[in-house]
Design a protein. Structure first.
Lengths: 208, 208
DNA sequence: CCACCAGTACTGAACCGTCCAGTACACCAA
DNA sequence: TTGGTGTACTGGACGGTTCAGTACTGGTGG
């Protein structure tokens, strides 16, 4: 598919790419249409051919940037359901943390949070789809793991919220405030996920 | 103290108050010096008498806004250490959640996160002082409670991180993305704190 | 009295959105 | 392949607005 993108489609993609980078880096007010046009190596007129005004361009790049993130977080990775519950839990948790601590996701989160006062619809949409959807997907994974009999899950959603909260609270806050987009090191990933899974198991392991 | 604030000091306070509201509401780029002067009922010249330029005004209000928040979150509320461990834990958790879910704190967090790419020092400072400091204070409270014998705390700091993460992950993310500054309702507060304390106790209660 | 302040006008620059003359490109017909 | 036609694009300029920061006059509180 998309064998030969027409010139119009190419230009549109150039504009979207440049605008996405610019908005994610400088925010809405900090991004000028001239800068977008220059970064896209496109005349400003072409920008306005494709997008009515700055706000509609902003909305377009937000929707486009949210889509793959939502997709990735809500597509429950198939749980193998092996015989090692702790290992399976650790794998699920690592998947979640790595997926949500990606640089693009962090930048998108900062933009949505920073602009949530002026563009509350998009922050709300992201929360509904990506955040809540991701937790629901995690709850489903936990339910599958619980079928093995090692977990007692009276409320899978609450369990998912607590597992995610334990694993992500510290690194996510640090990333948000620090402004650093660097993904977690292997040691940090092991530390946060390992500690979270340990306490999760201590709370939810079925009585032997 | 501050018996008779001089006129200069009064004017400075007016400017700081107005600028704080404006920056918290509209962000750095979205706030104009004319708007600040008008909101402070002060001439623009007076603003520039007190602050060299917009950036220094921004830094001043950030430092001033961070101070009480840091103070509140790191001043460990005296733990009574009664005979009901679950009730004490619930009280500690409710204190934390209510302190951090205050509207001013939420607005400050959004501003720091949104501007963390352009003003990384302040986000980092807030993370170091308020976030990490708050967790350290919570860890200390937990240690005090553990002296009663009902808790087994191999690593109080990790325990504090997990308790805070379980209690705050969902409501904090919702507040950040939604843009709503409304504090949690009594039901929500009970729900999040109750569920967090329940799982925390399940993981950390000393073997009877 | 006089330093400070209000009010306002001003400068220089940035930005949004538009317009226009000329150019590159896609598509089709011969 | 060639030539032609319509559409998309370029580059730049421009009007109207906003903004950061300065200058100046006149008034007022301490």
């Amino acid at each position: 598919m998309d064998e030969t993108p027409s010139r119009t489609e190419r230009k549109r993609a150039q504009i979207m790419d440049a605008a996405t980078s610019a908005f994610l880096e400088h925010g809405y007010k900090g991004t000028s249409m001239d800068l977008v046009a220059a970064a896209a190596r496109v005349s400003k007129q072409t920008v306005y051919k494709h997008f009515a005004d700055k706000e509609q361009l902003f909305q377009a790049i937000l929707l486009a940037a949210m889509e793959p993130t939502v997709q990735r977080l809500t597509s429950a990775a198939p749980v193998t359901g092996g015989d090692d519950l702790a290992a399976d839990l650790l794998a699920v948790t690592r998947n979640l943390v790595q997926a949500i601590m990606r640089p693009e996701v962090l930048r998108l989160r900062r933009l949505l949070i920073g602009e949530s006062a002026r563009f509350p619809l998009f922050g709300g949409a992201y929360y509904d789809q990506s955040f809540s959807g991701g937790l629901a997907a995690l709850a489903k994974q936990l339910s599958v793991l619980a079928e093995g009999g090692g977990l007692r899950l009276p409320d899978p959603l609450v369990a998912a919220e607590h597992l995610a909260g334990m694993a992500l609270w510290v690194p996510m806050n640090r990333a948000m405030f620090t402004g650093s987009d660097q993904p977690l090191s292997a040691d940090e990933l092991d530390h946060y996920c390992g500690a979270a899974v340990r306490d999760f198991l201590a709370a939810y392991a079925a009585a032997a």
